[in-house]
Design a protein around this ligand. Structure first.
Ligand SMILES: [Zn+2]
Length: 265
């Protein structure tokens, strides 16, 4: 293979890695934002549970207070019973007593219901706090994990850029310019293999059965455009850089071409 094309393929492999790294680096802030958001939600859940507890105790106090007031009324009417003189008065007081009793009974039922929920309401705050603490610990670990991975990938990106410039120093500036121009249009696939026409047809069949994108022999590895024989001869001769007449990618002869996931132009 043409030495310069071999270098370009190395540059391209590094470019592909840089694309992947940049994509991963861009995702980290989003991952961390999601963790922070979830942490805030869990904190809010504690506050809500505490508020719920306050509402609950307030309601309990209100019911207890009412029970005391109606109990006072009940005692007051009961005391009046000993001082009444007529049947009419007796009946009137008795009616009051019955009403107070009914109210007391309803309030006591409410009080019992509130007491029954006491435990669940108390537990609600505890459960939310426990859940928050657990997630807080996870978030701390996640923050460190993201920090380490971010720095590792950033470092690798710097290495990739350095390696790229070292290889590019071996390629003519004109060809670099051509490569960069095509790479802007087809990031990571500026140089594509042309499958050998002599390839074992069973290899292609097997790849096709495995669901891989199989390019016809003599087709551009990027856009799958069928290349004319004279273009194929030029590619094989390797005396100059040949671009695909359809997509403009640089064509490279590759006897060991294995079908890949090139998705075309
Ligand atoms: Zn093409």
């Amino acid at each position: 293979m043409n030495a310069e094309i071999r270098y370009l393929l190395e540059v391209q492999a590094l470019d592909q890695e840089a694309i992947e790294l940049n994509g991963q680096l861009a995702r980290y802030p989003q991952i961390w934002d999601e963790v922070k958001q979830k942490l805030a939600q869990k904190k809010a859940a504690i506050e809500e549970a505490v508020k719920n507890k306050e509402r609950h105790s307030k309601e309990r106090r209100r019911v207890e207070q009412k029970i005391r007031l109606f109990a006072d009324d009940h005692r007051k009417y009961a005391a009046q019973l000993s001082t009444i003189k007529t049947q009419r008065e007796f009946e009137a007081i008795n009616r009051q007593i019955e009403q107070v009793k009914a109210k007391l009974s309803a309030l006591e039922e409410q009080g019992v219901e509130l007491l029954r929920n006491d435990e669940a309401v108390d537990k609600g705050a505890d459960v939310a706090t426990e859940d928050f603490k657990k997630y807080e610990a996870y978030a701390k670990e996640e923050k460190e994990r993201i920090r380490v991975q971010f720095n590792t990938k950033k470092q690798r990106l710097a290495e990739v850029e350095k390696a790229k410039s070292q290889i590019m120093a071996k390629v003519s500036p004109e060809l670099i310019e051509v490569y960069e121009r095509i790479n802007r249009r087809h990031p990571g696939t500026a140089v594509v293999p042309v499958r050998s026409a002599h390839e074992d047809p069973n290899v292609a069949k097997k790849a096709r059965n495995a669901g891989k994108d199989v390019v016809r022999p003599g087709a551009c590895g990027g856009c799958h455009f069928g290349l004319l024989p004279d273009v194929l001869v030029q590619v094989r001769r390797e005396s100059k850089i040949v671009e695909c007449p359809n997509c403009g990618r640089i064509l490279s002869e590759d006897e060991n071409y294995t079908p890949t996931d090139h998705t075309g132009a």
